[in-house]
Design a protein around this ligand. Sequence first.
Ligand SMILES: Cc1cc2nc3c(=O)[nH]c(=O)nc-3n(C[C@H](O)[C@H](O)[C@H](O)COP(=O)(O)OP(=O)(O)OC[C@H]3O[C@@H](n4cnc5c(N)ncnc54)[C@H](O)[C@@H]3O)c2cc1C
Length: 326
Amino acid sequence: MNGVLAICEQTAGVWNRMSFETLAAAQQLGRAQGWSVSAAILGQGAAALAAELAGCALDRVYSVEHERLAHYTADSFTSALDWLIARVRPDAVLLPHTYRGRDFAPCLAARAGRPLLSDVTGFRIERGELIFERQLFQGRLNGDYSVDGAGLVFASLQAGAFRADAVERGTAPIETLTPPLDACAIRHSPEEPFRESAAEVDLGAAERIVAVGRGIREEGNIELVQELATALGAELAASRPVCDNGWLPIERQVGSSGQTVAPKLYIAVGISGAIQHLVGMKGARTIVAINKDAGAPIFEIADYGIVGDLFEVLPALIELLRQAQD
Ligand SMILES: Cc1cc2nc3c(=O)[nH]c(=O)nc-3n(C[C@H](O)[C@H](O)[C@H](O)COP(=O)(O)OP(=O)(O)OC[C@H]3O[C@@H](n4cnc5c(N)ncnc54)[C@H](O)[C@@H]3O)c2cc1C
């Protein structure tokens, strides 16, 4: 048995930011359990990214290279990882809870005959036992989960549950491996990736987000919030009613039935802070709320709050930002 293995995600040479959250979690778990920590990256020609991983405090980086891993398919990734896991024999495998992770992880765990805990928000060691935490009932409750007996456990990690900037730097050796991937066992031929084709924005990767809620009153007023987002170099997002009204596309919705985001800065404009919204953004580093109701629940989790009419606050903020940029 060989510690914890973090599976990192990249597409066409570009990291998914959650890869580093996964690395940070793996390092944390390794420290808590006294385990070795390794990371894997899959692809073709991913040497530069593997080298980046080798700058982290890891025992080993596995660079799993194959032409059939150049583009993601569930079959190729499952087969390659199944092969890698049989070789490395980790105690735990951590991966980001991305669209891709959600796609292949259940099959990978089933092949190993081991449990998968999905969308994990934390873990702790209690009386020597590894306990994972997950949210229940749209974030109203936290549940504790442990796995009976010893053996490999898989866990996918919720966006923003661990901090990417907590990754410890260091040096690690890179082992480049070529898994045996039989073309006949790969049943899919990939088309355009889902996100890029169906969505014009990747909120999960955004560093700054300005989100607009029902307080904006009507579609025509969204332009004002867009102006603030532009002045900050931020992505525009929304609460559900805004998307339900068709004022912004559904891929900009944040919350339990939308995206989970973890930007450095999240500005909530005219959003009350319903639990279904909070579960999607409470992992943001700094939360700023602008709301005319001082009792709005969003202020309970906000780092900075402005109690006021957004139609007065936003023009003043935009003006200040423009002055600062001049
Ligand atoms: C199964 C289910 C799933 C859901 N999924 C999601 C989800 O993914 N995402 C999501 O967001 N919601 C979701 N919801 C809906 C959620 O319960 C709330 O209804 C929703 O988040 C409220 O959106 P809001 O804050 O924009 O609107 P409201 O709750 O109506 O709040 C508007 C806020 O704007 C403020 N305001 C009004 N005028 C001004 C002004 N001039 N200046 C400043 N502030 C002003 C008000 O004080 C108020 O706090 C879901 C609900 C269910 C049942």
